[in-house]
Design a binder for this molecule. Sequence first.
Ligand code: HEC
Length: 397
Amino acid sequence: MEAYVVEWLGFLGRWFHMIAGIAWIGASFYFIWLDSHLRAPRDADEAERLGIGGEVWALHGGGFYRAQKFAVAPPALPEPLHWFKWEAYTTWLSGMFLLGLVFYLGADVYLLDRAVADLSRPAAVAIGLAFLAGGWLVYDLLCRSPLGAREPLLAAAMLALCALAAYALTNLFSGRGAFIHFGAMLGTIMAANVYFVIMPGQRAMVKASVEGRTPDPSHAARGKQRSVHNTYFTLPVLFTMISNHHALFTNARHAWLVLVAIALAGVFIRLFFTFRHRGIAKPSFWAIGIALLAAVFVALAPRGAGPAAGAATFADVKAIVDLRCAGCHAATPTFAGFAAAPKNVLLDTGERILAQAQRVHQQTVVLKAMPIANLTQMTDEERAKVDAWFRGGAKQD
Ligand code: HEC
């Protein structure tokens, strides 16, 4: 029953997290796009009178829209004024809920890897949370330091720190645990940017407007800087969210480098688009992003394997799968904590094993991703047997 309830909570949490994330990133992309497309207002008199800095004309869903951005603030604030903050908060809160449910409650399966570091569950949870808080503190300090005014240097410092975090995380947690914490760290920075910098700045601006003072433009500038940073974090964060389904990356030999390379590719691809929206072609950004992905593609490509060690029959393999896999991959799993076969993969009969020979080989021999966290302690000899059988044609004896 407990596993059943956890399964439901996981489903509801994921669904909600996705919806909130789409709303947040969608709004964030839209406003960055809007800023990049601002043109001088057509009505120069009105612009002068109201202090309008730029405007965008658009057509969507059968309606014409005219969005105007004030150089600082409008003379009077109308009601209602939309803030766009709950998208960020609900995304972060649902993400933290999932992190707790999947990775902290299910730490033995998803977070810990004894072959990497022998951590207790409380220690691992504390370390994980420390990365989230620490990431924000360091980033915020850097932004407030003199480096904050020098974007290229700030970017280089952030890259170095992120690489360090990736390296440390992959030496503490399982591959998937490390990747998700890297993403959660960036996601926390994004949400904290909204909560601690953008929102207070906007509140100060609204207060000044209401009191008839000219708002301090430094609030707007700081908010803008953080919101631009956020847009560069989105693609890396989205990558870490799906990375858990790609053991190819999370179980790679130098997983931290793979993580940094793909995250950086995301940053360059996003940079390419933000420039393009301003009418500036930067093909080099796009090329760097693609080159990074291509480098990972080449680095992780399967090398021609030597001859398979020994020989094995289907009976050998079936016995191994029964022992090491079927506890989870059965219609009614017997392994504690699993309410249904993970990813719908069933390996409980001979026919099913034969039909999925390639996947079994891929997960146990090529990626060594299964059994997950090697919870059922599959041995190297057993992996070699699966390999020999598969390369011998995966026949049914
Ligand atoms: C302790 C439970 C457990 C055991 C034991 C286990 N698995 Fe899995 N398996 C999982 C989980 C959880 C997933 C889903 C991972 C994810 O969400 O990406 C999974 C996913 C898979 C997938 C799908 C991978 C994909 O990305 O398409 C395959 C294939 C697989 N397992 C094969 C095996 C084989 C073969 C064994 C035995 C050598 C095995 N598993 C043992 C829990 C287990």
